[in-house]
Design a protein around this ligand. Structure first.
Ligand SMILES: [Zn+2]
Length: 61
């Protein structure tokens, strides 16, 4: 993993580990993000950057 852009907000496309649902996620979030389908925790804020629990597919700028 070499892609590291921390200048501005961008999207990450993630796939839920549980139900394989794909959805977009902000790289910086302020609240926990849950899967829209199965309600699995996908990401949580950790002081600026989000910790992603799902599989990140690609960065969408
Ligand atoms: Zn899910």
């Amino acid at each position: 993993m070499k892609l590291r852009k921390e200048s501005k907000t961008n999207f990450v496309r993630i796939r839920c580990n549980k139900c394989k649902n794909e959805q977009n996620l902000y790289s910086t979030i302020s609240t926990k993000v849950y899967c829209l389908v199965c309600n699995e925790l996908l990401a949580e804020p950790t002081g600026g950057k989000s910790r992603i629990h799902a599989k990140a597919l690609e960065n969408l700028n």
